[in-house]
Design a protein around this ligand. Structure first.
Ligand code: CDP
Length: 272
């Protein structure tokens, strides 16, 4: 069996960029399980299914019929130094929902607000589980030879998956489990910085800015902190596979670690 690394933790603890950089470093595949819940939430919003308190059979049906593809692109990296990544390359990931690229849309505020609610439904979670397992099978890379400092060695194939319940429920037998955490303020500042740098990358409008084509005012760090806190509360207190630290997980608090330190320490744990 291929080597599986499960990375869990609260919102904006750096799971996704860490998991991608670790996957690049080890030559593994990568699956962002949160993006599948975000796709499910986008389906709910597009079909006006916003009350799922009494179950969501229509939504479950839509998820079962949907195709979700996570295109991990190790060859295309964003290495621009910023607060989050430092100088270490972080591969790009594109999310396709029914062949439509929804990578940007699933990060929007209306999805952020609804996703923890959608993810709390047991039926939705089982439907997402099917997609997760299928993607994991497809993402595993085969063993291969690598040329490193110590000459040529053979590394096993493997996959890195990040989320909330990967080490506890999805892959309870994962070879390496990491629980990534950081202080609430550090997480809010990083998410704010991440949103700002993606705004800076966006092309300016071709037409002069008007009230209609100017994006609504950017959320403050305090707004983001509040949103993360609400989502964490919902994720920790839900009935079905809540956010927990797996018994055999290694907890890494990265509040005052550099991105490089984190990535290399996880990659080293995997190599041991
Ligand atoms: O990137 P961020 O940490 O903001 O969140 P995400 O990983 O994209 O996950 C979004 C939401 O999906 C979480 O707040 C959870 O409600 C849900 N989720 C989950 O329930 N189980 C997972 N394995 C992954 C995400």
């Amino acid at each position: 069996r291929d080597f599986t690394i499960a990375i869990d933790g609260p919102a904006a603890s750096g799971k996704s960029s860490t998991a991608r950089a670790v996957a690049l470093e080890l030559g593994f595949g990568y699956i962002d399980s949160g993006s599948i819940y975000r796709c499910a939430t986008l389906l709910a919003l597009r079909h006006d299914i916003t009350d799922i308190s009494a179950g969501a059979p229509d939504l479950i049906d839509l998820i079962n019929k949907a195709s979700v593809d996570i295109k991990f692109q190790p060859q295309s990296t964003r290495s621009a130094p910023n607060l989050i990544t430092g100088r270490l390359p972080v591969p790009d990931v594109r999310i396709l929902l029914n062949d439509e690229d929804v990578s940007e849309e699933i990060r929007k505020p209306d999805v952020n607000r609804l996703v923890a609610k959608v993810a709390s439904d047991g039926g939705v979670r089982s439907a997402v589980l099917g997609i997760q397992r299928a993607l994991a099978r497809a993402a595993e890379t085969r063993s291969k030879s690598v040329v490193g400092k110590e000459g040529v060695s053979s590394v096993p194939g493997g996959v890195v998956m990040d989320g909330r319940d990967i080490g506890t429920t999805i892959f309870p037998n994962a070879e390496l489990k990491i629980y990534l955490d950081a202080s609430a303020m550090a997480r809010a500042i990083r998410r704010w910085d991440e949103m700002n740098s993606s705004l800076k990358r966006a092309k300016p409008p071709a037409v002069p800015a008007t009230a209609e084509n100017t994006p609504a005012e950017y959320p403050s760090v305090e707004d983001i902190a509040r949103e993360l806190e609400e989502r964490d509360y919902a994720d920790i207190n839900r009935q079905h596979s809540p956010l927990r630290i797996a018994k055999d997980a290694i907890v890494i608090d990265n509040t005052s670690m550099t991105f490089e330190q984190q990535v290399y320490s996880i990659a080293d744990l995997a190599r041991d």
